[in-house]
Design a binder for this molecule. Structure first.
Ligand code: ATP
Length: 610
């Protein structure tokens, strides 16, 4: 219930449309009933020439049948039958026209509510995804998140609409129709209504079982989406290792499981309708039997019209009873999906601005780690006792064996992760007291994995800044050694570069991301140098671009290249999460065996490449 209350919050902006839709629904009920009422005198007019003309004694307003008969008898005294027939035909036409008009109006208004809820819920989820810290994404499969935003949101919407529609439409129509039935013949109606709890019991059993299957099905579709995302993302590896058959079989089994579950769900869902319909038919048989017996024995005062009227009202009520029953199934399915979506929306955004956070606009002095330590949420201590000051304007190279914690150390500076011990200062500010947005504006980050979007080269370089003049983009591209190759592409700066930039070479992708960083022009640069084997020409071009990028900035470089190491103002040697040495290249060559080993390894690597 708690989840459902939260879903209802998403209806709030659309209350006006919802009310109009439900007003239309009520009018549909009214005109449905009215259309049935019209049939009653219509039949008597045609088939029962005497009975309606005889006025009955009406003792209470509850004698609905007699009131209609009397009114109709009154009409017959004043007008002739053909005239009444004409008016009745016109009235029937008008009634059905209005009924159908309001059916349309209901969908007209309801579509805004339905699609609005999906839109808002998706947007909230997406916004939350963007706010969640990086750490969250190392734990969750991307496909699961995609599945939440596409599939679960859809199920919530379907469920909510079924519930809202049913609540506004079915109980009122069931009440109105039941009152009419009771007024007509309370005894028979009472017998029929005693069957209702039985229907309710059976439907609730189906509903619970549906909820369980629905949870499993959503987990399965999540798995399918994840597999799809991962396989397509790694299609190159799949092909290179000839793993098509393996991936096909993996997908086949997931697809098959999902198929089996869906079949179960559809069959369970489909059970609801025949069961409630069959109980409806039992009711109709009761009506037919009791009324029929009285009519045969001549004890009934029913006219053919009133008999058919009773049946017709009952038939009109049946769909509402059925839909009201099914509503509970929808409710259960929706709750399961809502639970998953809201659990995700409730995931805490652990890295966020504190109240009164300061917006920093300049980097003036230094970056300083004080007794800092870090461990990932699930894992051992990765960094410990880090004391490090990087003054403004220096190139600081971080070196160390694989797994030493170099990338982790760099990720702490833009607050991709928060320190678990100690403090980190930018100038005089501890970074947790700064507005994250302003902090990250100070930094340009160029990673090994050049992340580009499937968009034009121009938009990739400008990333998000639509108003930036073209000249500036060209200027940055020239400085990044990218202009020449961009000019040679099919549509120059308007060339679309494919998914993650697949249409470009590794070196070209890197130069585009360097151009992007140059355009941003941040005072601090974090550079995770590429280890990928670029050819020598390409490497020289990238290296020149990096040199331009580092000019007049403070750079923290996870260094893999000999060149950067030699030119760095300070080299930080990390080993097993601790800083073991700090100094210049020549100092460290003398002092540090670890550095000497690393350097020699690097040097050999460079020689091999040349
Ligand atoms: P490389 O040169 O190979 O890139 P590195 O020095 O940059 O290595 P890090 O990537 O910082 O090393 O990793 C340091 C340690 O932290 C490793 O032992 C790694 O397994 C662990 N680690 C990295 N990312 C995570 C994570 N998201 N969750 C848990 N542990 C992690």
């Amino acid at each position: 219930m708690i989840y459902y209350k939260r879903i209802f919050r998403f209806v709030r902006p659309y209350v006006k449309n919802l009310l109009l839709a439900n007003l239309s629904a009520l009018l549909v009920i009214f005109f449905s009933l009215f259309s049935v009422i019209l049939i009653f005198p219509f039949i008597d007019l045609l088939f029962n020439k005497n009975a309606p003309a005889q006025q009955k004694d009406v003792t209470s307003i509850f004698d609905l049948k007699d009131i209609i008969i009397n009114n109709f008898a009154g009409l017959l005294e004043k007008y002739d039958r053909t005239e009444i027939l004409t008016y009745l035909c016109i009235l029937i036409l008008l009634t059905f026209m209005l009924k159908n008009l309001f059916i349309y109006m209901q969908t007209y208004f309801m579509s805004v509510v339905e699609q609005g809820i999906i839109k808002d819920l998706r947007f909230d989820l997406y916004t939350h995804f963007l706010e969640l810290p990086l750490g969250f994404y190392t734990e969750e499969r991307k496909g699961n998140l995609i599945s939440r935003i596409i599939n679960d949101v859809q199920i919530i919407k379907d469920s909510l609409i079924a519930v809202v529609n049913s609540l506004f439409r079915d109980p009122p129509s069931i009440i109105v129709f039941s009152v009419v039935l009771f007024l007509f013949n309370w005894k028979i109606t009472l017998i029929i209504f005693l069957l209702a709890p039985l229907t309710g019991f059976i439907l609730s059993k189906i509903g619970n079982s549906l909820k369980r299957s629905s949870i499993k099905a959503q987990e399965k579709i999540s798995d399918i989406t994840s597999t799809l995302d991962e396989t397509l993302g790694a299609i190159r590896v799949v092909k290179a290792f000839g793993m098509e058959e393996y991936e096909k079989n993996k997908f086949k089994s997931e697809n098959e499981n999902y198929f089996q579950l869906l079949i179960k769900i559809y069959r369970k869902r489909a059970l609801g309708s025949p069961i409630s319909e069959f109980i409806g038919v039992i009711s109709i048989v009761i009506i037919l039997y009791i009324f029929g017996k009285d009519i045969i024995s001549g004890e009934s005062d029913m006219t053919p019209g009133s008999f058919i009227f009773y049946l017709a009202v009952f038939f009109q009520m049946m769909p509402s009873l059925k839909l009201f029953g099914q509503m509970f199934n929808s409710y259960k399915e929706g709750t399961a999906a809502a639970e998953r979506v809201f659990n995700l929306l409730d995931t805490e955004v652990s890295i966020k601005d504190i109240p009164g956070a300061i917006a920093i606009s300049d980097f003036a002095e230094k970056i300083e780690f004080r007794k800092s330590g870090f461990r990932y949420e699930k894992g051992d201590q990765v960094l410990r006792n880090i004391n490090l000051t990087i003054p403004k304007g220096t190139i600081a190279a971080i070196v160390g064996p694989s797994g030493a914690g170099k990338s982790t150390l760099a990720d702490l500076i833009p607050r991709f992760y928060d320190l678990t011990e100690g403090e980190l200062y930018i100038d005089k500010y501890e970074i947790k007291t700064l507005k994250i947005d302003s902090l990250r504006k100070l930094m340009g980050i160029v990673t090994q994995e050049t992340i580009l979007f499937n968009d034009t080269i121009r938009n990739n370089i400008a990333y998000g800044d639509k108003d930036i003049p073209v000249e500036k983009i060209i200027e940055a591209s020239k400085a990044a050694n990218a202009h020449d190759f961009i000019e040679k592409t099919e549509s120059g700066y308007d060339t679309v570069i494919g998914d993650r930039g697949v249409k470009l070479s590794g070196g070209e992708r890197q130069r585009i991301s360097i151009a992007r960083a140059l355009l941003k022009n941040p005072p601090i640069l974090i550079l995770d140098e590429a280890t990928s084997s670029l050819d020598t020409v390409s490497e020289i071009l990238v290296q020149q671009a990096i040199d331009t990028l580092m000019k007049n900035r403070t750079s923290i470089v996870i260094a893999h290249r000999l060149f950067t190491i030699q030119n760095a103002d300070m080299i930080i040697v990390l080993n097993k999460g601790e800083i073991v040495e700090t100094g210049s290249h020549s100092e460290l060559l003398e002092r540090s065996t670890l550095y000497k080993n690393l350097y020699e390894l690097q040097f050999r690597h460079q020689e091999v490449k040349i």
